[in-house]
Design a binder for this molecule. Structure first.
Ligand code: C5P
Length: 403
């Protein structure tokens, strides 16, 4: 609940601005008081009248508006709120915020505030991936801003898809709620979790996949968020709701997962719980492969990038703690020990996924935690309990490495 929380919503100039109208409502439903600022560009997409009507108070637009300066003033707008949300945050707005500009009401307020800032970026995938944008995002995070999204998916431009869609209003609300309540052993820490399977297309209707449900990875991400961490969950296709209070980036293929992981860095801790497909079709067909009597097609495969190993072997920007998973059907501990060395990670969470165990897709898990210190075998417990215990261990390990 956001009872009596004063939120200042800054609406930037992007097509996703229409979703900000819904965001106002969703925040109000939870008891928040919402005040809004529209940038000049935002007014091409939504009107101050519509925003003001929903907010129940005029929308602010102008730094040099004598009436509003007399009435509230940009310094008071900045201070009289518990949290500032920028949604949609365009590439330009992110750049101005990172650079400390203050040439309009939105940027002046953002510079003048001492309250937390949550930004929900929305832009074309190329603009999001641009080095300048990524530099600005890294700067903003280093300055203490929180980021929600962007998600992968269809863009407003026809036929364009990729990472750049603004997080959905309810995801933004969850991020707001998490900021307003969060304090725990991982407060102030950034964590990345991969979860679920990947789908590797063979043709437009067929794909290579595996039986991962994403339950353990999602539980870890949820437990970390509940412990106060700022969590990015990069998830393959799963039948699970998005856990509250964290940002979820949805991808399909291993290569998309690596790209999303790269964009989520830097983090303090990275947990690679996803069951990434080891191979993908070398040349996916653009049209459906037709059945032809007497002719069975052959599928040429090529290796996918190993995301865990790639990140764990980085010399610059490696997370302080890199945790991999090992799903094995035989010689669980021996195989997991070998994996720890090969992948270059700090811990391996190993489990036996033989068909009889019910672990794959089930709600319980029996794990062995393997690190340089040795092997610890945990009793069988629910995946939620495994997640909570693992998060506690992560918090302790971060404390220990600090000393
Ligand atoms: O090699 P194997 O798939 O058994 O290793 C499992 C661990 O490596 C998991 O943590 C998984 O998330 C990660 N992995 C990865 N990218 C791959 C394959 C595995 O990140 N392509």
């Amino acid at each position: 609940m956001l009872q009596s929380t004063r939120i200042l919503l800054i609406i930037g100039g992007g097509i996703a601005a229409y979703k900000s109208l819904d965001l106002i409502r969703r925040l109000q439903e939870r008891g928040a008081q919402v005040r809004c600022i529209l940038t000049a560009a935002a007014q091409h997409f939504v009107t101050p009248l519509a925003v003001g009507a929903l907010a129940g108070e005029r929308a602010y637009t102008d730094l040099f508006d004598p009436q509003s300066e007399f009435d509230v003033g940009h310094i008071r707008l900045a201070r009289d709120s518990d949290l500032i949300v920028v949604a949609p945050a365009t590439a330009d707005l992110l750049a101005k915020l990172a650079g400390g500009h203050a040439d309009d009401l939105a940027t002046a307020v953002l510079l003048a505030t001492d309250q937390p800032i949550l930004v929900a970026p929305a832009m074309n995938p190329q603009m999001w991936a641009a080095k300048a944008t990524q530099r600005n995002v890294a700067q903003l995070m280093a300055d203490g801003a929180r980021i929600v999204g962007p998600n992968a998916g269809e863009m407003a431009e026809r036929g364009e898809a990729g990472i750049g869609r603004m997080a959905e209003p309810l995801e933004i609300v969850a991020a707001v709620e998490a900021i307003m309540r969060r304090t725990g052993p991982l407060t102030g820490k950034r964590m990345l979790v991969t979860s679920g399977p990947t789908h590797e297309p063979i043709d437009p209707v067929r794909f290579i996949a595996n039986r991962s449900s994403g339950k353990q990875g999602h539980a870890i991400a949820a437990a970390a968020a509940a412990a106060g961490a700022d969590v990015v969950l990069v998830s393959g296709p799963v039948n699970l709701p998005d856990p509250p209070g964290l940002s979820v980036v949805k991808i399909e293929t291993a290569r998309q997962m690596l790209e999303a992981v790269d964009q989520a860095l830097p983090v303090d801790v990275a947990v690679f719980a996803a069951a990434v497909a080891d191979w993908r079709a070398q040349r996916p067909s653009e049209t459906k492969v037709k059945k032809q009597p007497g002719r069975t097609p052959t599928l040429a495969l090529t290796e996918n990038p190993d995301i865990l190993s790639t990140i764990a072997h980085r010399s610059a920007g490696r997370p302080r703690l890199v945790i991999g998973f090992a799903a094995e059907t035989d010689h669980v501990i021996a195989n997991a020990k070998a994996k720890l060395a090969k992948k270059g990670c700090d811990w391996i969470v190993a489990n036996d996924v033989s068909p009889g165990t019910g672990i794959m897709g089930g709600d319980a898990n029996t794990i062995h935690l393997i690190s340089a210190a040795g092997v610890e075998s945990w009793p069988p417990q629910s995946k939620d309990d495994v997640a909570r215990a693992l998060v506690e261990r992560i918090a302790t390990a971060l404390e220990d490495t600090k000393r």
